[in-house]
Design a protein around this ligand. Structure first.
Ligand code: AMP
Length: 329
């Protein structure tokens, strides 16, 4: 019987990127056999801004097929759609009331994204999604949440909220730990290494999507912004572009950074980029072949229905206990 619980999720908002894979999915897949594991499609988080319904339906299916293609194993992991388990919404509502305005205004993601959407008005969803994320995690007594660096603050807020609630009402929630991979936790935009690789930057050559044509992937890597030196050396401040490519190579192959630096001593950036492109294309070729097997497979519905059933069992127990301690039942 596995005692410890691991959980993660990805928003079905645009196609999954190499950043999502290296920051969250890969770390989940390599540990799924060690934990009682849950992975969900964070579809309620996808509607924090208006979406075309048909496009969203496809994105949700795609996200689930992509989890399977990346190696999530439904025999070891409970896979489900967040919106199939209504307890997420109710506990999200309750956790919102445990949260201070100041805590939400301090969230870096809110500050960054509200700046870029300020012209059209800032969606409330952008402000209040961290307590929903807390509910996603707390419903399953999660011990460990593998996420990229951008989500670390939200998992830490979840810990604070769990602690606050437990202090007020008695031990109800498990306080989760965040797992940030030592390498690959913040993959940067290949064209603008001052920014992280984002799903929404799909129009230029800066973001690699897992379903990109392999020729395009190669082109994106070969045209990645570097620096005026010719030395393959890891230095995130002085050489963010090259350091980003080193991180990608290291996160995929497991080769440590000093070994990569040694291997490419005396080589130009062209050789190095070709080696990175080879490794990324190899990885994506396998994922894409798997994806074609799972996409449109009838298995997908069975996995989701079964997963939602299993998730509901635990989620409803946690929500009932929460309501009881609050005096709602
Ligand atoms: P999202 O696409 O915002 O739902 O993110 C899903 C997961 O991918 C979260 O754990 C993020 O922290 C992670 N993630 C997103 N972008 C990156 C990136 N550029 N580098 C590393 N991890 C990322």
């Amino acid at each position: 019987m596995k005692e410890q619980v691991m959980l993660t999720g990805v928003r079905p908002s645009g196609n999954i990127t190499l950043g999502n894979y290296l920051g969250a999915i890969k770390n989940f897949v390599t540990r799924q056999s060690l934990y009682k594991s849950y992975i969900f499609v964070a579809d309620l988080h996808a509607i924090t801004s208006p979406r075309d319904p048909e496009e969203l339906r496809h994105a949700i299916e795609d996200c689930m097929a992509m989890y399977l293609a990346c190696g999530v194993d439904p025999k070891q992991t409970v896979m489900f759609r967040q919106s199939d388990v209504l307890e997420h919404g109710v506990l999200g509502f309750i956790m919102t009331f445990q949260t201070h305005m100041g805590e939400l205004s301090r969230m870096t993601q809110f500050k960054l994204k509200s700046q870029s959407s300020a012209k059209n008005g800032i969606d409330t969803g952008l402000f209040v999604y961290p307590p929903l994320m807390a509910a996603d995690i707390l419903l399953y007594h999660t011990n460990m949440v593998p996420v990229g660096l951008d989500q670390q603050q939200h998992v830490e807020l979840t810990r604070d909220l769990a602690q606050r609630f437990n202090n007020r009402y008695g031990k109800t929630f498990t306080e989760p730990d965040v797992y940030i991979a030592p390498v690959g936790n913040k993959i940067l935009n290949l064209q603008n290494p001052a920014e992280k690789m984002n799903k929404s930057d799909g129009q230029n050559l800066g973001t690699i999507f897992l379903m990109d044509d392999l020729k395009l992937v190669r082109r994106k890597i070969m045209s990645a912004v570097t620096d005026s030196e010719t030395v393959v050396r890891f230095d995130e401040v002085a050489k963010p572009g090259i350091s980003n490519l080193i991180s990608i190579l290291s996160a995929i192959t497991g080769e440590c950074i000093p070994s990569i630096e040694n291997r490419f001593a005396g080589h130009g950036y062209g050789d190095f980029k070709r080696a990175v492109a080879d490794v990324v294309c190899d990885l994506l070729e396998k994922i894409q072949a798997n994806y074609r097997r799972f996409k449109n497979s009838e298995l997908l519905d069975d996995i989701l229905n079964n997963g939602a059933g299993q998730a509901r069992l635990i989620a409803s127990e946690t929500l009932n206990r929460t309501k009881r301690v609050l005096g709602l039942r």
